[in-house]
Write a protein that binds this ligand. Structure first.
Ligand code: IVH
Length: 794
């Protein structure tokens, strides 16, 4: 055993190493060691402390996992009270100017006196706490409480890896650090996803999450919550040569190893504060955590002292707010919307509330599980609604204590509210679906709207209103019917709609019938007859087939016919198409009704046909090797390695026709359990037929492959290059630029990373441009893009 004196030295060394790595990882976001090495150090310390319990000091990182649950929190008297901060509710720039004017008045500065210097920082939305360090060691952490007395939450605060247990450098005998515990939004989402998966209650918002976690008596709960901390000020201090300015204090705290937010500035005068308020407003939605404003503090501590306090607020600081992103409102009703795939989505109808810059009246509740997770939402409930940036408004949770006695709980209906068909919820699925399919009016409307959409058939003028009427009055049953519409149909439809709604247009009173809109609509429909294959496939509304899957199908198979005849395994070998998507496509075409609809659409009388059908992709031969196909059949134990072995012995045609020769497989080194699994699979209903069909389709496709061109593969000028578009380009719409890039073999991504090759920036380019510059990614304009499209990338 190690001698105690050496053990003590070793423990001290381990503590400081572990904390050094902690600081690098959690505060600086710049890890210094691999996780495994950190774990080794940590385990050694645990072992040492177990052998010599006296070595477990107050600053030992082993305390971060939290100790025993407390019966109650001990009160803590704050030597220096924890004050609150005066709020400037005027969210306009005058808020900053008023504060500056007040400070100048109180300091009795004349108009000609120089600008006052301020420290500006963010107003974090979490829980205020005070950390007491004695000789550099964290001895106590407390909540604010009533400002004079708080609660001792040391155990919980020690679980925050960002809070140093020992300060770096030369720490004074006493240093109390004030700051905010908060939770990042991404951490909250990740935590909630995991909690939901475990069937546990989720956290409502970051602020409640932070406050709730720190006030838990069981430190294990705090330890399980991803909490963060920012220092923003001082409490009691003894034996420290305090810097002369607030900015100096923050720098010193950062040097002690405390996290201090980087978004801070020293500014002179009111106008500069206005600039800061604006700059942070623009940044607000992209910050990883919530803020509800900014804080201005007179920078000089001497001036702060001169200004002093008024009741419980310092005169030298103010919080300048932003419009709230969260608000309380009441759920007036919960409606059900039926989507294209039949999904029933509960939507909360809210008492209108102004939040995040707009009036919000609806919020999606996603599905029954989500409603449950939000505390079993009732009609009549008061809820917290959030809307940040361009994000769709969401209901974060229920204010339980405001639930009225007559609140009606939401229940998912068991019949579709539109067509009355029964609803189904597959086991393991969160979504409840109407079983009515295309005979459900809601699904028909949504399917037709999807079909006509801009990235699909792009039928100009065919909006929601017309589609609803066309379906309601039964002019359009399937999408093909759109192409059968006549001018008379449209005019009659309009007349019936007006009659039903009791609206008599002015023109009709005058004895005229306007026809221009109908002619335009017919023109729009006619103009959509020759879409690119990928768009047509996307337009069909096959479950799980989005724009990029549709493009893969089009690129690789080249015709609607080949897509629809392809059995699932044949689709599953295509790039980025997995078993689920492949099955969804095959299921779609296995359904008689869908086949009829597609046939109808593509029949000569209607005249819809993709403009660019072509031979299958030359690379398909390789994808259709039996070793590839075997691996995606879904046979248990038939891993890619085993599939390859199997393919070396027998091809699919033979296997389908003659069945299994176990001896041959065995002598090829295929283990018995794999052979058994394959034998069972071949006995499964329809599986041998599937294999035979697969072999046939495979042969057809191989026969359709183009002879290898003499010059090799077709030229793709931008192959392998990733582009990001930002801002408004002078002539190209974003979709057009995207299409051109993709047609030239390039990829368009939504966010800039080191892997981006070019950022195409137009007017009012935003943060993506900043990111590109930061990462050194090439930035080009539309003209340069066009040049690349013609000449390719050298
Ligand atoms: S300074 C003497 N700075 O706002 C002033 N407070 O009403 C003491 N807060 O509960 C506070 N961000 O939790 C200060 N950068 C910041 C802040 C901040 C958030 C909170 C704090 C306190 C409340 C003050």
């Amino acid at each position: 055993m190690v001698a105690p004196v050496e053990a003590a030295a070793r423990a001290a060394f381990l503590r400081s190493e572990i904390e050094r790595h902690n600081h690098a990882y959690y505060v600086l976001d710049a890890p210094t060691v691999p996780d495994a090495e950190y774990d080794t150090l940590y385990r050694e310390l645990v072992a040492l402390e177990n052998a010599h319990p006296e070595l477990c000091t107050a600053d030992s990182p082993t305390l971060r996992v939290g100790g025993r649950p407390l019966a109650q929190f001990e009160p803590v008297r704050h030597d220096v009270p924890m004050l609150s901060i005066q709020t400037e509710t005027d969210t306009e720039s005058s808020g900053a100017l008023n504060f500056d004017a007040r400070i100048r008045r109180e300091l009795e500065l004349s108009d000609s006196a120089p600008q006052v210097e301020y420290a500006a920082e963010l107003k974090f939305d979490g829980l205020a706490i005070s950390l007491r360090y004695e000789n550099g060691v964290l001895v106590r952490g407390a909540t604010r409480g009533d400002g004079a007395t708080g609660e001792d939450v040391t155990q919980n605060l020690r679980t925050l890896r960002q809070i140093p247990l020992r300060l770096k450098g030369d720490a004074p005998p006493v240093l109390e650090v004030r700051g905010e515990v908060y939770m990042r939004r991404d951490d909250l989402e990740r935590y909630n996803a995991a909690a939901a998966a475990r069937g546990e209650k989720t956290l409502v918002n970051p602020r409640n999450a932070a406050a709730g976690s720190i006030r838990q008596l069981d430190p294990a709960i705090a330890a399980s919550r991803p909490l963060c901390f920012f220092a923003y000020g001082l409490g009691a201090v003894d034996g420290w040569d305090t810097p002369e300015t607030h900015a100096g204090v923050l720098d010193a705290l950062a040097a002690f190893g405390l996290p201090v937010c980087e978004h801070r500035a020293v500014l002179a005068g009111g106008e500069a504060l206005v600039g800061f308020h604006r700059k942070i407003a623009a940044l607000r939605d992209s910050l990883p955590f919530d803020i509800d404003g900014v804080v201005y503090k007179v920078n000089s501590l001497a001036l702060q002292q001169r200004l002093g306090f008024r009741s419980r607020e310092p005169r030298w600081a103010v919080a300048h707010k932003y419009p709230p992103q969260e608000a309380l409102t009441v759920v007036e009703a919960i409606d059900i919307q039926v989507g294209r795939t039949g999904a029933l989505t509960p939507v909360a109808r809210l008492k209108p509330v102004f939040v995040g810059g707009v009036t919000v009246t609806n919020a999606t509740l996603h599905n029954a599980d989500e409603v449950e997770r939000k505390g079993g939402l009732c009609v009549g409930d008061t809820v917290i609604v959030r809307r940040a940036g361009d994000v769709i408004p969401e209901v974060l949770g229920v204010v339980a204590e405001r639930r009225p006695a007559d609140a009606r709980p939401f229940v998912m209906p068991d019949a579709c509210p539109v067509c009355g068909a029964h609803v189904v919820r597959e086991p393991g699925e969160a979504v409840t679906r109407c079983s009515g399919g295309f005979s459900c009016r809601a699904q028909r409307i949504q399917a037709i709207l999807h079909f006509a959409g801009r990235r699909m058939m792009d039928i100009e003028g065919l909006g929601e209103r017309y589609v609803e009427r066309l379906v309601e009055f039964d002019y359009v049953h399937g999408v093909a019917d759109l192409y059968r519409l006549t001018l008379d149909d449209l005019l009659e439809m309009k007349r019936r709609a007006d009659e039903r709604d009791g609206t008599v247009p002015e023109t009709a009173k005058a004895g005229q019938v306007p026809t221009r809109w109908a002619e335009n609509l017919l023109e729009g429909i006619a103009a959509s007859r020759r879409p690119p294959l990928a768009r047509l496939l996307f337009a069909l509304g096959i479950r799980h087939v989005g724009e990029s899957t549709a493009k893969t199908l089009a690129d690789w198979l080249g015709s609607v016919e080949r897509v629809r005849r392809a059995p699932a395994p044949l689709l599953a070998v295509l790039p980025d198409i997995g078993a689920t998507v492949a099955a969804a496509i095959a299921d779609f075409f296995a359904e008689e009704r869908n086949v009829r609809a597609v046939d109808d659409l593509l029949c000569p009388e209607i005249g819809v046909a993709p403009a660019d059908e072509h031979a299958p992709h030359p690379g398909l031969a390789e994808k259709l090797e039996w070793r590839e196909l075997y691996a995606v059949l879904g046979v248990p134990r038939l891993t890619p390695v085993r599939a390859k072995q199997l393919a070396a012995v027998v091809d699919g045609e033979t296997l389908a026709a003659q069945g299994l020769n176990a001896a041959a497989l065995s002598s090829a080194g295929i283990p018995a359990d794999v052979i058994d699994a394959l034998t069972d699979w071949l006995k499964g209903v329809g599986n041998r037929g599937l294999l035979a069909a697969l072999a046939m389709r495979r042969a057809e496709l191989l026969a359709a492959l183009p002879a290898t061109p003499a010059g090799g593969a077709p030229v793709s000028l931008l192959a392998g290059k990733t582009f990001v578009l930002t801002g408004t380009l002078p002539t190209l719409k974003r979709d057009e630029a995207k299409d051109l890039i993709e047609a030239a073999g390039g990829k368009v991504s939504g966010s800039v990373s080191k892997k981006t090759h070019y950022v195409v920036a137009g007017e009012e380019a935003g943060s993506k441009l900043d990111k590109a510059i930061e990462l050194g990614v090439a930035v080009i304009d539309e003209a340069q893009l066009k040049k690349l499209l013609e000449e390719g990338v050298e």
